[in-house]
Design a protein around this ligand. Structure first.
Ligand code: FAD
Length: 223
């Protein structure tokens, strides 16, 4: 059940000018499902949400953060010093994996930018539980330098695409260009995470391809 927990800031890793990984101690009694997020009071009465990108098997709580907004949330995180107390409320959110994953032949994940966070948690978790199904991940970033490394699992197909540069090493264009890479089996599940415009566009396109809305689970980070 969601509650207030105390964690402490451990470190941050800079992936690029805009993408950082933040690490916090995991309170002993804190349990969460991959895909969930926490809410932090970044200044009095102002809260910001951050998805946990580590899996429950990992030592620390990790968050993938796009620092480009530079509002109160990002500034709060960037100003943290090692050992600072970070109280949070959580776990929150319903973008989680089903209890009986054996019944799901494939998981189709579509995300942009920091929306990779919950899917990074999924992938680490799925590797640990030795998920037998197929994972298809379509992941877009503006620039190739922004990509966060994803845990390799045997049955994962990763489609990384960049939207603001032409790169020979990656696909080019928005995630919607690559939706035919997903598995449209009637028992498959679809997850979308990122900004609201992308999310709604993908949601509508998946429905047009015959996917029932109850098999599409989505989380919007911002509009
Ligand atoms: C359920 C949920 C989970 C979230 N998880 C994450 C996460 O794991 N990582 C993360 O970086 N953010 C995440 N966010 C967004 C985060 O809560 C903040 O909104 C974000 O850090 C910006 O806060 P700010 O105070 O710095 O900027 P604000 O002043 O609140 O926002 C400034 C502008 O930045 C835009 N913006 C907000 N978030 C982003 C973003 N992630 N990328 C690009 N532009 C953005 C806003 O639309 C706004 O126009 C999540 C949001 C929700 C609702």
């Amino acid at each position: 059940m969601a509650s207030i927990y105390n964690s402490f800031f451990v470190k941050k890793i800079k992936i690029s000018d805009t993408t950082h990984l933040f690490y916090f101690t995991k309170p002993k009694d804190f349990e969460f499902d991959p895909g969930q997020y926490v809410s932090i009071e970044v200044i009095e009465h102002i809260k910001r949400s951050y998805s946990i990108s580590s899996s429950p098997f990992e030592k620390y709580l990790e968050c993938v953060v796009d620092i480009s907004p530079m509002g109160v949330g990002t500034q709060y995180l960037l100003n943290l010093k090692k050992g600072d107390l970070v109280p949070f409320f959580g776990p929150l959110g319903f973008m989680i994996l089903p209890k009986d994953l054996n019944q799901v032949p494939s998981l189709n994940l579509v995300c942009s930018g920091s929306g990779i966070g919950p899917f990074k948690s999924f992938c680490n978790y799925l590797r640990n539980i030795k998920y037998k199904g197929i994972v298809n991940l379509i992941y877009s970033e503006k620039y190739s330098k922004d990509f966060v490394k994803i845990e390799k699992i045997p049955n994962i197909n990763i489609y990384k695409t960049v939207t603001r540069e032409i790169s020979e090493n990656y696909l080019n264009g928005r995630v919607i260009k690559f939706l035919d890479k997903l598995d449209y089996n009637k028992k498959s599940l679809f997850y979308i995470c990122g900004n609201m415009d992308m999310l709604m566009e993908v949601f509508v396109l998946l429905q047009q391809k015959g996917v029932d809305s109850d098999r599409i689970i989505k989380e919007s980070f911002y509009s």
